[in-house]
Unconditional design. Structure first.
Length: 175
């Protein structure tokens, strides 16, 4: 079974065409490196607008059956950064450990990581994970949290995700 994986870039500049989207491609690149099970990206590029972000997440989860959705951008403290609020608005369960781990790993690199507001949550059979906007930070954060993602997808009834253990060791409890 091929897994649909949503990749949402949240950026006023990229959505208007004045800035090249580097976040979405960075997510796809990491997924291409670590996943060995079949998957296909379902990409979206939206402005920093809470309702547009929420509508996009709902579409990917409910209509496009994305078992996993990554967002990039909109997680800082700026007035236009509203990705976590949109994520919380559409999720029925929040998973704060994702954001905690991403901030912990990022803080080892840069002190401003404390300003990051990444989070994750469940909407039906979809796991939504907010990532930062910089490609190097995306990679760092994805590799930090991805070991837990395949089991989370199992628990919500999604397709089985298998990783290349040499690049990312997914954890599933024995039995």
């Amino acid at each position: 079974m091929t897994a649909n994986i949503g990749i949402v870039t949240v950026s006023d500049r990229a959505s208007s065409g004045t800035y090249e989207d580097k976040g979405g491609p960075a997510i796809a690149e990491v997924l291409g490196e670590i996943l060995v099970s079949p998957w296909q990206p379902v990409t979206r590029l939206v402005a920093d607008d809470e309702q547009k972000i929420a509508d996009t997440l709902i579409e990917l989860a409910d209509s496009k059956a994305c078992s996993l959705i990554f967002t990039t951008g909109g997680t800082g403290p700026a007035l236009r950064d509203v990705t976590p609020e949109a994520t919380q608005a559409v999720c029925n369960k929040m998973l704060p450990g994702f954001g905690e781990l991403m901030r912990e790993r990022s803080l080892a690199q840069v002190p401003t990581a404390i300003l990051s507001r990444q989070t994750a949550g469940i909407r039906g059979r979809s796991l939504i994970v907010n990532l930062p906007g910089r490609p190097s930070s995306i990679r760092l954060c994805m590799l930090a949290v991805f070991p837990a993602i395949p089991f989370a997808i199992d628990l919500i009834g999604g397709p089985r995700l298998e990783t290349d253990a040499a690049k990312c060791q997914a954890f599933r409890p024995p039995g």
